[in-house]
Design a protein around this ligand. Sequence first.
Ligand code: NAD
Length: 263
Amino acid sequence: MDLGIHGKIALVTASSRGLGRGCSEQLAAEGCRVAICSRDRAAAKQAAEEISKKSGTAVLGVAADMRKAEDIRRLLEDVREALGEPEILVTNAGGPPPGTYASTALEEYEKALNLTLMSAVHLIHGVTPAMKTNGWGRIIAITSISVKQPIGTLLLSNMARAGLTGFLKTIATELAPDGITVNALLPGTHKTSRIDQLAAFRADQEKKTPEAIIDEMMSANPSHTIGDPSDFGAAAAFLASVQARYLTGQNILVDGGNYRGLL
Ligand code: NAD
């Protein structure tokens, strides 16, 4: 299916690796003009080159830290200057550190809100004026299965993503008349360095090996497997498509059936 987004300008943040990278690769494969970022300039440039080689489309790699509003402002300026106004935005940031209520220090809460919630708010504020003018836009936020089913060892992530989900649902209604869709994609368990980090944390707590934790994750999943960033990126590309114009304000799980709730 032609997704109708060839030539569209797409910004995917926190995307040198993992799920952001998976989204960038799929959008580049659809012919989008993609900008990616990570905190490390060399890593962003190298990932951009690799995606570009694979897709045959030029990809821009920029250094920006999603914890810093100033970096986000500069990132948007760099993208505008090099490519133009983003028409597709995928918001992402590294996840907050794992921890329980007992292990989480009070000063960590505000940092998590800044990283996971406010980075998306700043990015969306930056791109919506031009999307409104054009009468077309796609906003996709990478959140987590934890917004439906909080994860005990991820207190900060559970809290910040719940706030982001409320923000997204509210603005989806407000932006719909402007042809802008706003959706969240909720990863379950995909093989990325984040999952290695979480497996190491649980392994330490449960006195097991990280490999044993990953095996447990796989056998607990109805698909008996772990997702690949490309599975996730394919769902993001569809949400960015022209065909998805009537799909907004939704939280869509990409989890191999792991979530057991009805809605
Ligand atoms: P990852 O660690 O594999 O990749 C994170 C990417 O973000 C890297 O490119 C890294 O350079 C970049 N990054 C990290 N901190 C950044 C910052 N402050 N500013 C800019 N870039 C930054 O992680 P992932 O698995 O791709 O996860 C992406 C998001 O999805 C995270 O918020 C994670 O918590 C969430 N998530 C992932 C899974 C999963 O299965 N992998 C499940 C649920 C939620």
